[in-house]
Design a binder for this molecule. Sequence first.
Ligand code: FES
Length: 361
Amino acid sequence: MGIPQKYPHLDQMQPWNDRLHLLECLSVIEEAPNVKTFTFRSDNQNWFRYEPGQFMTFELGTQPDAVLRTYTLSSSPSRPFTIAITVKAQDGSIGTRWMLDHLTPGARLKAFGPLGDFSISKHPGEKYLFISAGSGITPMMSMTRWMQDCAPQSDISFVSCARRPSDIIFRKELEYLTSCMPNLKLSFLIKEHEMGQLWTGIRGRLEAPKLSLLSPDFKERTIFCCGPDGFMRDVRAMLEESGFDMANYHQESFGSAAEPVLPVMDDISTEVSETAAIVTFSMAGKDVHCVAGDTILKAARGAGIRIAAACESGLCGTCKVMKISGNVDMNHNGGILDEEIDEGYILACCSKPLGNVEVEA
Ligand code: FES
């Protein structure tokens, strides 16, 4: 992968489009044990448009089958030529482990998105409290980097929890940011002592007295929280108990949010007598009979037609396909933009045919 001969200006480039373009890995950086940052550019000199804190779904080339995994972006849209994810391989991880062991600069991947509501642009506040644990720090990093570039006076109290000092992700960069963002207050909370590491900061679990110490005015802040499910459950309970206005609390899960994924045949009935609609898959050249209540994704799987899907609940946008004709009843959860619906796209996992339908798949 060489240095590009020509660097186009932003106004000469088109936005990256998950239906048309791939991602090309540009660099891999070790951040902490089992944690790496992967930075990508478009394979076609595009720029990236997203909100700080959003996520993307990646198709990873694990063997024997590819898997889909969803990761929040750690990069900021204020630096639009590349995107980055920072991932941690947990015990038993398949997709993330594959990334850490096999994904190198020059590799190309299919990805879907970016999407998601976990963003300061969707939930703006006067001042913020970011609470993260482990790799849950990634969306907070995206938002902090964005504010460094676009709103450096922002008032942020940032509490990052980690098992050991060496597990703190982005520690050096965050410490540097406190010198150029006057209202960024940074706190690290460590669970375990680590041989050879001097730690004079706070230890233990994040509990109400500690939170009051680290962020005395936390009840006046808009809170974003991301980490393992148990961690977020505890934070939520602690805030509820303290009388915090939960309308100002937002949380995001990460890691195994989107488990596998690539299609398997399931129990769709293709009996013509039960047919409620015919779904025509134009690229596969197949007409599939489906019964009332079946989704387009289910009809595709029943006929052995591959449509990538991750969340299967209308959230991640992975299963987006173009509807060529007919009508569907689509109940999504934010995984598709209004403009995309206007263009004719639907999410196969949450769209049920209303009569005969033709889709591009
Ligand atoms: S699989 Fe996530 S929106 Fe359909």
